[in-house]
Design a protein around this ligand. Structure first.
Ligand SMILES: *[C@@H]1O[C@H](CO)[C@@H](O)[C@H](O)[C@H]1NC(C)=O
Ligand SMILES: *[C@@H]1O[C@H](CO)[C@@H](O)[C@H](O)[C@H]1NC(C)=O
Ligand SMILES: *[C@@H]1O[C@H](CO)[C@@H](O)[C@H](O)[C@H]1NC(C)=O
Ligand SMILES: *[C@@H]1O[C@H](CO)[C@@H](O)[C@H](O)[C@H]1NC(C)=O
Ligand SMILES: *[C@@H]1O[C@H](CO)[C@@H](O)[C@H](O)[C@H]1NC(C)=O
Ligand SMILES: *[C@@H]1O[C@H](CO)[C@@H](O)[C@H](O)[C@H]1NC(C)=O
Ligand SMILES: *[C@@H]1O[C@H](CO)[C@@H](O)[C@H](O)[C@H]1NC(C)=O
Length: 410
């Protein structure tokens, strides 16, 4: 299977890639208001399931509401879903389609055309619509989104990156803006948390918390990293500088992979594994003696047993792959990146992809972190996440420079 990367690429680049809170339950998510006297704003919690490499969450669109499951993507900014007509005809349409004719509040903008390409070569086209858009109990009016009528992306996507990377010339406001503007949250930020797996080991749960931080879900302190603008000084991708990538073996020996380090890496929920500069990928392949296997169209590790601590559980915990940022290192079990092909686990696929156009850390890395994307102060804050935690300690974040610091200290 191809790896999934919903990192937004422009048409040109595409060619190059092959406090105390009260909460109440709503249909699919929850909203909270901070009950401390001087609080402003609340938070909106939207649960998701990490399914086949995508963060799938439930949304209700239009009047009366049509329920759809769409993918949350921090690597793009267009919001789009398939049209009901597309889904009727398509062989694959996951999460459902939207029938604008059945919504009394839908305004179709037939002449505003939509076209989006993603890093995994998929693309989608259609036109724009304005309608109500519900998530986690928040009902947003006047949300612009696109309705796709052609393309080869199987699931609709809610891009939650910077509005600057919307593909249209005339930009529209995304859900984060509307959540602030329509009074649901005070600060233009969200926190991404990926929880552990369910009993079957197949489904991974998580949540996106708009306007708040859940202090029970991470260890230690959140470390703030400036979001890196592009060469022209524009904020386009949710990227921060990565200082090192290394592997630590069971004896504690660290091997650093050299290459384009200290450069921006996008923290993209829409990419399953990671996409690294070619030189680093070559170093990693060398370390693991990985070679290309045409049967699988991916590099494989033939001595995979060497990296497996527990054959029965197929765990690889003895080795970690470490991602070093200024002030924080995220340690990931190697099993996030190796998957056995054969029953005896002797051969594994190694999920590291190369590109010299962009560097992306996807879900396999983000799973180890609690990530706060702050669009107001252009900062991403990271802490190692706590997995399988049911406990909750959600605080709403105020607008302003000290919002996060005050929220976590309160
Ligand atoms: C979405 O809704 C379906 C059907 O109601 C439910 O089974 C599923 O758990 C929901 N998904 C999430 C992520 O809440
Ligand atoms: C969309 O809704 C209209 C009006 O109810 C209906 O005529 C049409 O068949 C629906 N289209 C699809 C694809 O379900
Ligand atoms: C999607 O379609 C485009 C153009 O039609 C094609 O180049 C690309 O390979 C397709 N990608 C996938 C994953 O099907
Ligand atoms: C939505 O748009 C309509 C028409 O432009 C406007 O009258 C209304 O005030 C808007 N609502 C919000 C919440 O912005
Ligand atoms: C990385 O660079 C260091 C020092 O320059 C060197 O010792 C090390 O062998 C290099 N690692 C790899 C995997 O090339
Ligand atoms: C690919 O891997 C399979 C075993 O999983 C092996 O039989 C085959 O020889 C390998 N092919 C190449 C080209 O290495
Ligand atoms: C892996 O770690 C476990 C406990 O942490 C240890 O018992 C085992 O010997 C280690 N395996 C290897 C191959 O180092």
């Amino acid at each position: 299977m191809r790896f999934l990367s919903l990192f937004s690429v422009s048409a040109a680049a595409a060619a190059l890639v092959a406090a105390d809170t009260e909460f109440f339950f709503y249909g699919f998510g929850r909203a909270g208001v901070d009950s401390s006297a001087d609080a402003e704003g609340g938070w909106i919690l939207v649960p998701y399931i990490l399914e086949r490499g995508s963060l799938m969450a439930n949304f209700s669109i239009g009047t009366p509401p049509q329920e759809l499951s769409l993918v949350f993507d921090t690597g793009s900014s267009e919001i789009w879903m398939h049209s009901a007509a597309y889904c009727e005809a398509a062989t694959e349409c996951i999460g459902g389609g939207f029938n604008a004719s059945e919504s009394t509040t839908a305004v179709e903008i037939e002449d505003k055309l939509f076209s989006q390409s993603y890093a995994d070569t998929t693309h989608v086209r259609g036109h724009y619509v304005i309608d109500t858009f519900e998530l986690g109990g928040a009902s947003l009016s006047n949300q612009t989104f696109a309705l796709a009528s052609t393309g080869n992306v199987s699931k609709g996507i809610v891009g939650i990156g910077f509005e600057a990377i919307e593909t249209t010339k005339t930009k529209y406001h995304g859900i984060l803006h509307h959540l602030v503007n329509q009074g649901y949250i005070a600060s233009k930020l969200y926190s991404l948390y990926t929880n552990g797996e369910d009993e079957t080991g197949n489904t991974v749960f998580g949540s996106i918390l708009f306007g708040g931080i859940d202090r029970a879900k991470y260890d230690g302190d959140l470390v703030s990293l400036p979001i890196q603008p592009n060469a022209k000084g524009h904020y386009r991708d949710l990227q921060v500088n990565l200082e090192s990538i290394s592997v630590v073996d069971p004896n504690g020996k660290t091997t650093a992979f050299n290459g384009s380090i200290n450069t921006p890496y996008v923290l993209d929920s829409g990419t399953t594994y990671m996409v690294l500069p070619t030189q680093i990928v070559e170093n990693i392949y060398d370390y693991f003696d990985a070679e290309y296997n045409s049967t699988y169209d991916i590099h494989v590790v033939n001595n995979c047993l060497d990296y497996i601590a527990d054959l029965q559980k197929q765990e690889f915990d003895n080795y970690t792959i470490n991602f070093g940022f200024d002030g924080i290192t995220l340690e990931m079990p190697l099993e996030n990146f190796l998957s056995p092909i054969t029953d005896d686990c002797a051969t594994c696929k190694i999920h590291v992809h190369s590109s010299d156009n962009y560097a992306i850390l996807g879900d396999a890395v983000l799973r180890g972190a609690y990530v706060v994307y702050d669009f107001e102060n252009y900062v991403i804050s990271l802490a190692p996440s706590k997995l399988d935690v049911e406990e909750e300690d959600i605080v709403a974040v105020r607008s302003g420079k000290n919002g996060i610091a005050e929220a976590v200290a309160s």
